[in-house]
Design a protein around this ligand. Structure first.
Ligand SMILES: [Zn+2]
Length: 296
């Protein structure tokens, strides 16, 4: 196998260094030559558990990988509710959810992403509406952010923390809602208790007095996997609400009819109360983990 001189790997812009090429079985068979096929070779290997090795004479293969760069514009969508306290309104509590999903596959099949993450998006919209209708606003300001391009690598959230609307040192906490519509047990998963015990106390207290759901902590392994991460990296206390993985994740089956509206409503109520409590904490309150170094 040999690369032709005019074939280049143009991947630097994407951080891609290893070219990956896939071929289908028919092309594979035709490369093997007369009388051989992949299936029978696979069967031989499976039977004897030994590699099957042979030369393929008279074939010459060229491969090329090209990346075509097509920039797209995408926006975070942000709404602000200004705090009611003349000084504390300069501080902010953020609640966010990503509103992108993975689009279509190469056969044109749409991946609806109802749980991931229309569920979180709908909750953020409803939270914004509820705070808008509140006659007496909380003391601190609130930001409602629908992040773009989470599935492409948390791009919207990363952009926000590099270009924040309120200074990061005035950002008291961030709550991330990603996949909150599934799992018919009366519980949800929460990430951040160990990292941010002060923020956790607020959520725990809000839960106890209201929706009384069971809180489970099985999502610590997903610490890198959603929009809270860029905030965490900037030492902003975060909590990540989630109702757990499922077989339809990133598949065409993640449809609206599988989402549980009552579940979303309960979590949204709890997040509302948590935001309200956090935004009304006394002046000087911090929700950082006291054991963590502060550096913005
Ligand atoms: Zn997601």
């Amino acid at each position: 196998m040999k690369f032709r001189e005019d074939m280049r790997i143009v991947g630097e812009d994407y951080g891609v260094t290893i070219p990956v090429i896939s071929i289908d079985g028919r092309l594979g068979d035709s490369l093997l030559g007369e009388g051989r096929c992949l299936k029978s070779i696979q069967e031989q290997i499976d039977k004897k558990m030994k590699p099957v090795v042979f030369p393929i004479p008279g074939k010459k293969i060229s491969m090329g990988v090209y990346f075509k760069k097509e920039p797209v514009n995408a926006n975070n969508i942000v709404a602000k509710i200004e705090g009611s306290h003349p000084e504390l309104k300069k501080e902010v509590v953020v609640v966010g959810a990503h509103y992108d999903h993975v689009g279509r596959d190469n056969r044109g099949q749409v991946y609806p992403g109802a749980d991931d993450n229309a569920s979180g998006t709908a909750a953020v919209l409803e939270l914004a509406r509820a705070f808008r209708d509140l006659e007496e606003k909380p003391k601190r300001s609130l930001l409602f952010i629908l992040f773009t391009a989470e599935e492409k690598g948390l791009l919207g959230a990363r952009y926000y923390v590099d270009n924040p609307i309120f200074p990061l040192e005035k950002t008291l906490a961030m709550i991330n809602l990603d996949m909150i519509g599934r799992n018919d047990v009366d519980q949800f998963s929460l990430l951040g208790r160990y990292q941010y015990p002060e923020l956790y106390k607020i959520i725990e207290a809000a839960n106890r007095g209201s929706v009384n759901m069971e809180i489970n902590f099985s999502v610590e392994q997903f610490v890198r996997n959603s929009d809270h991460m860029p905030f965490m990296r900037k030492n902003i206390p975060v909590m990540f609400f989630n109702t757990g993985g499922h077989e339809q994740l990133h598949r065409p089956g993640d449809t609206a009819r599988r989402v549980l509206p009552e579940k979303m409503e309960k979590i949204s109520r709890l997040v509302f109360l948590s935001l309200y409590r956090a935004a009304n904490l006394p002046p000087g309150a911090r929700l950082d983990n006291p054991g963590q170094e502060k550096s913005h």
